[in-house]
Structures are given as C-alpha cells and as structure tokens.
Design a protein around this ligand. Sequence first.
Ligand code: FES
Length: 168
Amino acid sequence: MQAQAKFPEPPSNDKRWLLVQQVMRKHGRSEHALIETLHAVQHSFGYLDRESLSYVARSLNVPLSKAYGVATFYQFFTLKPPGKHTCVVCTGTACYINGVPELLAALRERYGITIDETTPDGELTLTAACCVGTCGLAPIAAIDGKDAGRITKQELLNKLDEVLHGHD
Ligand code: FES
C-alpha cells in the first residue's frame, strides 16, 4: 500500500482540522472525497470560506475553481458564517400551504431578512429546509435546532424574541 503524502498546513491550529483530515483520509484523499470533505468543513466550522476551500483543494489536489464550483452549486453549502442564532423554516409543500409565506413575511418585516440571509448584527440567520418529514405538524420552523410544529407567525416571533433578547 502506498503511503499518503502529508497534508498541507491547515489554515489554523484548530483541532477541527484533524476531523476534516480524517474524512479526507477515509474517502481516499482524492477528488472523490471533495463533497464529503466540504460537508465535514461545513459541519465543523459552520460555513466554507476561501481559506478552507483552498486548503481542501490543495489537500485533495483539485483546482480551487472546482472546490469553489461545488461549494456554490449545492444549496446546503454556505460561504458566509452563520449568525449566532438560526431559524430554519421548512418550505416543503405541506408547510408552504399551511402558512410559511406568512412566517417569511413576518420575519422579513421584523428582522429585514429573507431565506439565506443574516441580520446585519450577525445575530440571526434564516434558512430554508425541504420537507423535514413531519408534514402533519406543518408549518414547521426550527430555532437553534429546536423544532416547533404548527407554529403561527406570532409564536415564531415570540420564540425568536426570547432567544435573541431573553438572556445573555
Ligand atoms: S413539508 Fe414541511 S415537514 Fe413536510
């Protein structure tokens, strides 16, 4: 078995890079490992920036343009750091016909953001998910990973208010 070359120097001493390297190794450290590796970076750091894309590209020996192309093609990758808090709204059909447009309008009015945007103060990021599999509870929104079903726009605004201003 051929020994693999050492990894290039990661962008920082952050231990999370060791996890990313593990994923690259596990997937053969080739171009085929690109998507899994980008997933690992996003999962570990929350987003993909230029430095991390460049590191992954060098480690897997793929052109930076290819890594960047994959990162921008798939909706589940984000190139910007997420806000301190996240609100994910399910935009699957059941949720959509059960009130998601009202939820999104309320969020736009209160926070000035729409899907895939973060408030200018970096506190809240709004994203969308396709059907999360609990259509009977539509509409669904998740705040900081906690799902809330049959949520009204007022309940959503109240929960966000609590999360954003309730403590610290
Ligand atoms: S459409 Fe939202 S959970 Fe299925």
